[in-house]
Structure formats: C-alpha cells, structure tokens
Design a protein around this ligand. Structure first.
Ligand SMILES: C[S@@+](CC[C@H](N)C(=O)[O-])C[C@H]1O[C@@H](n2cnc3c(N)ncnc32)[C@H](O)[C@@H]1O
Length: 300
C-alpha cells in the first residue's frame, strides 16, 4: 500500500493492524494548560459548554478531543486553557522530566508544542531556551507562548549545530527535522524516505544536532532525542556513534504506554545493545502518531 513502509514489515509488530490504522482518521488530543486553569475545573467547564472530551489514562493533562468543532477555534483555546498536541508528542517532555529551577534547552523548538509543555511542567520556574532556525515557525511558537501565559521561555534563532556554548544545560530536548513517517495517513503526501538522498541529508543534520546538543549538556545531564518517523536511519543509526563513543548512555523509559524496543540491527548494521532501551511508538498500539524516543544521560 505505502511502498516506503514495506521495509518495516519485519520490525513493526502486527504489521497488518499497523496498515489498517493508517486508513483511519488520526485522533486529536489536547493538553490542558495548568498555568491557566486546573485540570478538574477545565474538565467541568468544557463539559458545561458542551464540548466532548475524553480523559487519557496515563497523562492527567491530556484529553482526546471528540467534538465536531475544531479545537483551534474555540474561545477557550484563545484564552489559553489548552494546547492542541498529539499524545505521542507529549511523551518526550514527560520522559525528559524537567524540574523547576533548571536550565533547559529545546534545540529545535518551533512551533512549540514541547517547549510550552516544558514550561507548564516546571510551573514557569525554569529557564527554557527555545531555539529554532525558522523565523516563521518561531513566530508561531511566540504566539502559543503568549496565549498560554508562559514567562519562562527565551527564544533564540541559531542553527542548532552551532548553538553558542555559553552555559551548560541540565536537560536538552532534540526533536530535529525528520521524514515524519509517523504522521502519515492515507491521502497524505508519500513519506520522504522514498527518496534516499533526503533520508541521508536528514541523518547528517540529525547527527550534527545530537552531537552538539551533547556538548551543550552538563555532565550527568539528561537528553531526549525524539522524531516522528520510523526510519532506523534517523533514529538508532543517529544515536549509534554517540553511544559507541561513550558520549552518552541510554536510560530506560518509564511512561505507561505500549512501545516496541529500539532495534539491535537494521539492514546489516548492528547497533549498540543498549539502544534496545529506546522506544518505538506505533499508531496501532498507542492510537496516536508514530514516534521514536530515546532518553540519554551524559556520563559524569
Ligand atoms: C520536528 S520540528 C520541531 C517540533 C517542535 N519540537 C514542537 O514540539 O513543536 C523540527 C524543527 O527543526 C527546525 N530546524 C530545522 N533545521 C534546524 C537546524 N539546523 N537547527 C535548529 N532547528 C532546525 C525546523 O524549523 C522545525 O521547526
């Protein structure tokens, strides 16, 4: 059906269920913005206004949006009560586990779904540097940040691979450009990985971003690497040199959603055994977008 996905037949569990899920419309999720309103007040207020929302077990701030009205057009959205964000897109922030008072860097931050969640998790009490190279997308990030009442985000515009090294960060999120196969649904454009040159270019950039991000991280600090693609070339193969050279160690992921372990080999390449600790999220198992997430620690 989708030629680019055929090569994953051997690694995606229950591949036929995976293909069937791609034929279904993706669910929409929203994240209540607890900087503006408490979760329970939000739930009751939205129900009183007649919106249909279903709580997501495992992430108290997340709701599935079941309403016919588009979630980005309500008065409550403009009041900053919630952010529209895919369920799997919330997970990198939960896994990074940011704390108030810390220095956090989101190296590829726009349009800001994860950076604004970092601010929410740290109750506006961390320093969050939200960096991105795209002027247009940074504009969207700023408007989300203002609407959500965030005061802890500082926006910068550098190529992530040459972000200046003035301070060491406690935690870094690397959510680089990728082939976005995980967002593919029937009727969308074909996955970019059908063009091997695009894939190679993305991998080169992702490796540079990761290596530089590790230098920006303090010893003992935590880094989360995430993509919304299945391509091992953009996931395990990007992490492999850093892990092999001892610049980072994989940490196990503990969030209550089903995933497949990271791969140990692909297309003749063998990966470091600890890459098993990375998580591959598939839409038929979690009912959201496909995602890859790895949590790394920089040795002391
Ligand atoms: C997957 S998106 C990030 C999504 C974002 N983390 C969020 O949760 O909303 C990748 C981003 O990387 C940015 N980007 C592309 N090349 C970059 C580079 N060399 N340095 C920094 N950012 C880059 C793109 O502009 C894009 O906004």
């Amino acid at each position: 059906m989708v030629p680019a996905f055929e090569r994953y037949r051997g690694i995606i569990p229950d591949y036929s269920a995976f293909l069937k899920t791609l034929e279904l419309p993706p669910p929409t999720h929203v994240r209540v913005n607890t900087l503006r309103i408490e979760r329970e007040k939000f739930r009751h207020a939205m129900a009183d206004r007649g919106y249909r929302l279903t709580p997501v077990a495992g992430i108290p701030v997340s709701f599935r949006w079941e309403d016919p009205e588009t979630p980005g057009g309500t008065l409550e959205y403009f009041r900053g009560w919630y952010q529209v964000q895919g369920l799997t897109s919330m997970l990198p922030v939960l896994i990074l586990d940011p704390q108030p008072g810390e220095r956090l860097l989101d190296l590829c931050a726009a349009p800001g779904g994860k950076a604004t969640f970092l601010a929410q998790r740290t109750r506006n009490q961390a320093l969050i540097v939200a960096n991105d190279v795209s002027h247009r997308r940074i504009g969207i990030l700023r408007s989300h940040s203002d609407r959500l009442g965030i005061s802890s985000i500082v926006v910068t515009r550098y190529y992530g691979q040459s972000f200046p090294m003035r301070i060491a960060f406690d935690r870094v999120l690397v959510d680089p450009p990728c082939s976005a196969e995980g967002t593919y649904r029937v009727g969308a454009r074909p996955p970019l990985t059908e063009d091997p040159e695009v894939s190679r270019r993305l991998q080169r950039l992702q490796r540079m971003l990761l290596m530089h991000a590790l230098e920006l991280l303090r010893p003992g600090g935590t880094l989360v690497y995430s993509t919304c693609t299945y391509a091992p070339e953009e996931n395990e193969a990007v992490l492999q040199p850093a892990v092999e050279e001892g610049r980072a160690e994989l940490v196990s992921i503990c969030v209550p959603f089903p995933y497949s372990q990271g791969l140990e080999r692909w297309n003749g390449q063998t990966f470091h055994p600890s890459l098993k600790r990375a998580a591959r999220y598939y839409p038929h198992l979690i009912d959201s977008w496909g995602f890859f997430i790895a949590c790394l620690r920089k040795p002391k």
